[in-house]
Design a binder for this molecule. Structure first.
Ligand code: CTP
Ligand code: MG
Length: 223
C-alpha cells in the first residue's frame, strides 16, 4: 500500500486578482475559493492526508474553514513562505517521512477532477514524476525586451502546466533541497532541474487557476 499526501499551497495574497480579500478566502458561489480544492482532495480515495500552507496571518482562519466545511484528512495547516515554492517546501518538511507519494495542487484551482488526481498519482508511481498540462491553443511568441517578436514557437509541442503535479516522495524532497531556483514557478521545474524525467498527464481546460477577475467569473460558470 502506498500512502499519498496532498500538499496545497494557499499562502498567496492574490495581487493579480486585485480585491481586498486574500485570494484563498474570496467567495465563489458563496464558498471560499480554497475550500473547493480541499473538498475535491479529501473526497478522493487516493489521498490519505492533506497539508495546507496559509499565510502566517491566516492559519487560524483557514483552520476555521476546514472545520466549518467539514473537510477531512487535513493533517496540518502550516505557515507559507514568501513564494509558492517556499510554501510547498514548508509543507514537505511537515510531511516528514510518512508518505510515498506527494501530490501538489494549487489552492486556487477549484475545478480539479478525480481523473486528474488519480491519473497523476498513477503516473508518479510509474515514472516518478508527473505534471498535468493542457495543449497550447494560442500561437506563442518569444518577445524581446523592446517588445518586438524574436521568434514564433512551434505550438504543436507546447503544453501549459497546471496542477496536480505528483511525485515519488524522495524525488520531490530532493528536488526541493536544491537551493537557488527562485525563478521556478512550478514543482515539475525543480524535478527537471535534478535530471528527472517528468511525464505529462493531459489535463482539462476546465481546471483553471483563478488568477484574475475574469477567471473568478469563469470559475463560477464552470462550477
Ligand atoms: N502561493 C503560496 N505561497 C506564496 C504564493 C503563492 O502558497 N507565497 C499559492 C497561492 O495561494 C495559489 C498558488 O500558490 O494557490 C498559485 O499561485 P498564484 O495563482 O500566483 O496565487 P497568488 O500568488 O496568491 O497570486 P498573485 O501571484 O496574483 O499575487
Ligand atoms: Mg503568485
Amino acid at each position: 500500500m502506498t500512502r499519498t499526501v496532498a500538499i496545497v499551497p494557499a499562502a498567496g495574497s492574490g495581487k493579480r486578482l486585485g480585491v481586498r480579500t486574500k485570494k484563498p478566502f474570496v467567495l465563489l458561489k458563496g464558498r471560499p475559493l480554497v475550500t473547493y480544492a480541499l473538498k475535491a482532495l479529501s473526497s478522493s480515495k487516493h489521498i490519505d492526508g492533506i497539508i495546507v500552507a496559509a499565510d502566517r496571518g491566516s492559519v487560524g482562519r483557514l483552520k476555521g474553514l476546514i472545520k466549518r466545511y467539514r473537510i477531512k484528512k487535513v493533517i496540518a495547516v502550516v505557515a507559507g513562505g514568501k513564494t509558492r515554492l517556499g510554501s510547498v517546501k514548508n509543507c514537505l518538511e511537515r510531511a516528514g517521512n510518512l508518505f510515498d507519494i506527494a501530490l501538489i495542487h494549487d489552492g486556487a484551482r477549484p475545478l480539479v477532477s478525480e481523473r486528474e488526481i488519480s491519473g497523476s498519482i498513477r503516473l508518479a508511481r510509474k515514472y516518478g514524476a508527473c505534471v498535468t498540462a493542457i495543449p497550447e491553443v494560442d500561437t506563442v511568441k518569444l518577445a524581446a525586451k523592446d517588445m518586438f517578436v524574436k521568434k514564433t514557437l512551434d505550438r504543436s509541442v507546447m503544453y501549459r502546466a497546471q496542477t496536480p503535479q505528483a511525485f515519488r516522495f524522495e524525488i520531490i524532497k530532493k528536488a526541493y533541497c536544491r537551493e537557488g531556483r527562485p525563478e521556478a514557478t512550478d514543482d515539475s521545474a525543480l524535478a527537471e532541474g535534478i535530471g528527472r524525467k517528468v511525464k505529462i498527464l493531459e489535463g482539462s481546460f476546465r481546471n483553471i487557476k483563478v488568477t484574475t477577475k475574469v477567471d473568478l467569473k469563469l470559475a463560477e460558470v464552470l462550477l
